[in-house]
Design a protein around this ligand. Structure first.
Ligand code: AMP
Ligand code: ZN
Length: 117
């Protein structure tokens, strides 16, 4: 992976260097089950390109951002939550409680979600 950040765990997951429970993959994105699921369905969806957060994305990333949102709906279908409903969210920065600094969308579902998941 050309732009892999050596200290980034999600770059390593996207490159297959750290194992993960893959849910979906295409040329641009990779999705895998969260290691500490907060809901029955809890998938993490990442771009293969390292982008530190949604806020760090630029106009050059427009198509990639669209790809991620399209992939989120595909993942909802794959995991079977598309009819029951689900939530797509991304944490940004310290107050947003972002702990891994590689853009990722959480896809939550499988039960009625509360205000705080
Ligand atoms: P955030 O707090 O939004 O940065 O979310 C990071 C998420 O990554 C958390 O829900 C973690 O449980 C999850 N996570 C961290 N390391 C791994 C891993 N190796 N495989 C799967 N999920 C992970
Ligand atoms: Zn990364």
């Amino acid at each position: 992976m050309t732009n892999e950040h050596s200290d980034c765990i999600f770059c390593k997951i996207a490159a297959g260097e750290i194992p993960s429970d893959k849910v979906y993959e295409n040329e641009f994105v990779y999705a895998f089950n969260d290691i500490v699921p907060k809901t029955p369905t809890h998938v993490l969806l990442i771009p293969k390109k390292h982008i530190a957060s949604l806020h760090a994305a630029t106009d050059e990333d427009r198509e990639l951002l669209a790809e991620l949102l399209r992939a989120a709906t595909k993942i909802a279908e794959i995991t079977g939550v598309d009819q029951s409903g689900y939530r797509v969210l991304t944490n940004i920065g310290a107050d947003g409680r972002q702990t891994v600094h590689h853009l990722h969308f959480h896809i939550h579902g499988g039960r009625k979600l509360g205000v705080d998941i």
